[in-house]
Design a protein around this ligand. Structure first.
Ligand SMILES: NC(=O)c1ccc[n+]([C@@H]2O[C@H](COP(=O)([O-])OP(=O)(O)OC[C@H]3O[C@@H](n4cnc5c(N)ncnc54)[C@H](OP(=O)(O)O)[C@@H]3O)[C@@H](O)[C@H]2O)c1
Length: 345
């Protein structure tokens, strides 16, 4: 009976690909699963389509049943440890036990409070469990959901557009448009993958942004993130952020912890902070960010309106160390994805 973990890498790669068919937003993770025989041939595939729908393992078992193949003695290869709890759907660990699979291979452990430890259930039922296959790839792909569930707060992405000298607006406060059309299209597409977009009160007052996810032709994408305003200033209902294209909440507070806790309770697992610099700097100062997306444009603006305000960095040794995860040209701009350097801050 083959148990070398490398043999499961090809089916796991396929499971990771399948996982991406599910929505990137929402309380549930993107999960993919395949059922393979002893020759590592994929007999059935499944993925999770979001809260309330079949989990990936169950979807794969159903696809197998539809082909009239018995699951007994097969191996289930799943991107995430099979869940152990009964939510709107039954526990996957139990479904796999009842199906009679011989082995379950997964990439990363489930950090969820209620859903974790499915592997124990499987082992207790005499099923062989192999974990950690393509764990690095699965961690990277699932970083938003995994990080949010480990930390018990939404994953925070900071996003801004800046001139090459790091300015986010001109002296009069205007910032339309620093980045080019390709960057803006990329931003809109990424907005469809998050649960919420947050801005400070001043950005609403100065820019009057709609903060929706739109296609280049102006049409709205199907999924619209929750729009969140943070700050004590009252804002009249005639601002575009209150139009009926998406839901909006105004937390009339400056408490970032409070806002994140409220968002978590509403099911938000990924929040995009789109500025302005004052609010974004507070998230950084408090160490409450997981990822940075910067669209850097080939222009100079100069002046005081920098992308980040005072972060409390008095000397170079206190600078907040990041690493670049992605750097590429996007139209005439440079797109940068950076994350805090582990262990450095
Ligand atoms: N280039 C870009 O990507 C980009 C993106 C967005 C905005 N902008 C530009 O940035 C400018 C607006 O940004 P901004 O920095 O002035 O304002 P902002 O960050 O949008 O809003 C600042 C306000 O948010 C409230 N707030 C809520 N929580 C806070 C906290 N924890 N700490 C501090 N303040 C908190 C405060 O007002 P209260 O008194 O209401 O509590 C504060 O005055 C505009 O010129 C806009 O065009 C550029």
């Amino acid at each position: 009976m083959p148990t070398e973990t490398t043999a499961y890498e090809a089916p796991m790669r396929r499971a990771l690909e399948l996982a991406l068919n599910g929505p990137a937003y929402g309380v549930n993770p993107q999960v993919g699963a395949v059922l393979v025989n002893d020759n590592f041939e994929i007999l059935a595939e499944g993925w999770h389509m979001g809260a309330g729908t079949d989990h990936a393992e169950v979807a794969a078992l159903k696809a197998l049943a539809a082909k009239g193949i018995s699951p007994v003695g097969l191996t289930a290869v799943v991107t995430l440890e099979p869940c152990n709890h009964t939510g709107r759907t039954g526990p996957c660990a139990l479904a796999l036990v009842e199906a009679g699979v011989a082995r379950v291979v997964f990439a990363v452990a489930d950090p969820g409070e209620a859903s974790a430890r499915g592997a124990d259930t499987l082992r207790a039922a005499g099923i062989e469990v192999v974990d950690g296959v393509l764990a690095t790839e699965a961690e990277e792909q699932g970083r938003v959901w995994l990080t949010a569930n480990r930390l018990g707060r939404p994953f925070v992405t900071l996003k801004w557009a800046a001139s090459i000298d790091g300015r986010s607006a001109a002296e009069d406060g205007t910032s339309k448009w620093i980045s080019g059309p390709e960057s803006r299209a990329d931003t809109h597409l990424r907005r469809t993958q998050v649960d919420a977009i947050l801005v400070g009160t001043n950005t609403v007052l100065v820019d009057d942004p709609e903060l929706t996810a739109r296609k280049p032709n102006g049409e709205l994408f199907e999924h619209q993130p929750l729009r969140v305003i943070l700050g004590e200033t009252k804002i009249e209902g005639n601002y575009r952020i209150f139009n009926d294209a998406a839901e909006t909440v105004h937390y009339e507070t400056r408490s970032i912890h409070g806002a994140l806790a409220e968002l978590w309770a509403r099911g938000v697992r990924h929040v995009w902070v789109e500025g302005g610099p004052k609010v974004a700097s507070k998230f950084v100062k408090m160490g409450l960010f997981d990822e940075l997306l910067v669209y850097q444009a080939p222009m100079l603006i100069g002046g005081e309106r920098t992308s980040m305000r005072n972060l409390g960095v008095e000397t170079m040794s206190e600078a907040i160390a990041l690493e670049f995860n992605e750097v590429r040209l996007l139209g005439n701009d440079i797109f940068i994805r950076a994350t805090p350097l582990k262990g450095a801050n």
